[in-house]
Design a protein around this ligand. Sequence first.
Ligand code: UN1
Length: 517
Amino acid sequence: MAQIQEKYGVNKALEALKVDRDTKGTSFGGELFGNGAKIDSFSPVDGEKLGTVASTSSSDYEKVISSADAAFTEWRKWPAPQRGEVVRQFNDELRRLKPELGKLVSYEMGKSYQEGLGEVQEMIDICDFAVGLSRQLHGLTMHSERPGHRMYEQWHPLGVVGVISAFNFPVAVWSWNTAIAWVCGNACIWKGSEKTPLTSIACQKIASRVFEKNGVPRGVSSLITGDAKVGELMTTDHRVKLVSATGSIRMGKAVAQTVAKRLGKSLLELGGNNAIIITPNADIKNTVIGAVFGAVGTCGQRCTSTRRLIIHEEVYDQVKDALVDAYKQLRIGNPLDENNHVGPLIDKDSVDNYRKALEKVKAEGGNVLVEGDVLTGEGYESGCYVKPAIAEAENHFDIVQEETFGPILYLIKYSGEIQNAIEKQNGVVQGLSSALMSTNLREAEQFLSAEGSDCGIANVNIGTSGAEIGGAFGGEKETGGGRESGSDAWKAYMRRQTTTINYTKEIPLAQGIKFDL
Ligand code: UN1
């Protein structure tokens, strides 16, 4: 069975990425080290072991944070465009190694090879963005109320930035944070997911090589490996100025509270419960393509995955029949084989959650239209392959209110005006992504207005997933409120300083106050 690793080029990818199978998961540039507990990485593709990684102990962490802290004091002196030049070279390496890194992402995490490549492409795109940004970290100038005074704002780096990322986007989310944080002048410490440790090591190695060649101080790019306890080393540490965390709402609440206790900054990108509203004015063919990709792509494990369809009663049966037909055509299996549409879930815990969710929706009175199942037999030996399911449900069901990280799609009927659908869409605690399928301008504008979608992302005539890096990414309510990647998300990685300069021979006070000595 290790055959898959050989047949699909995983072994070659590890070689090209210079990642050993028995390795260590701590680095601040140069050697990998670490004497914490060992973590085995098993692929959900075939259940085979990919490698073993020694995690980060608290004394290992101490070495990393003190190097990062010291590196920052040098790195902040580099002109931002020079920092951008290093990111440009890092990006050259990503372009060169895209097939191998995409392959490793696909095998260790279980997403399709196409999606693995797409994820590396997001890294490349954000690095391009960051290079341009390195010449555009603009502040404003304001008119002072005092004569002979100039007032302006400037942006300075924060210091050490901690990045905690999840298994489902094991490389892209790190780069959204670090590429931007680096050009802003910060040192970054990354805790990747303990479910995808070799992928993190591959990225750290690429960055370390490029940084070393450019004389970047060691510690600007650092890696730590382990579970939530290792993450806590950063969230409790006042030397980590910003903690950017992606993952579940439960995890985000713990991170936010710990960081807030020391009045540190956090940037949270947490769960979604994303819906597509389908009105009688929708283009049904496109709707079905967008909905199916949104629901089953990455096996329903994107934070932007489509979980709910809110369908007008006039087109409900038409959409329902088209979806059931489309689901019959889905091929589930080895994600490295490009004939398959749906790969495995990440692990057996996730399979359990999927199974329980299906039981719950039935118990709450839902009607399962496309039955789910855990697949067994040849090609499914890992026990992580499941059948994408569809259930008719009500928005208020407890299970519909939750984010189940798997391919379960709930169909919810609405009648009357679009506002009734928007109410249902907004009627969950999460607020990440949303979409409307309609060719009617009035409906579209209503959906996008202040009375419309309450989510961080609101799309018209495309699905809920697949956001581009150029926009700010994140959501409202229990999604955490953070924004990463494009637009002006860079401001979260810097501190704003307002400066007023007096070039007169007097010292007039603001607000007309007189204070003569
Ligand atoms: C995530 O699932 O955490 O918009 C990120 C998308 C991808 C990123 C998802 N560009 O679906």
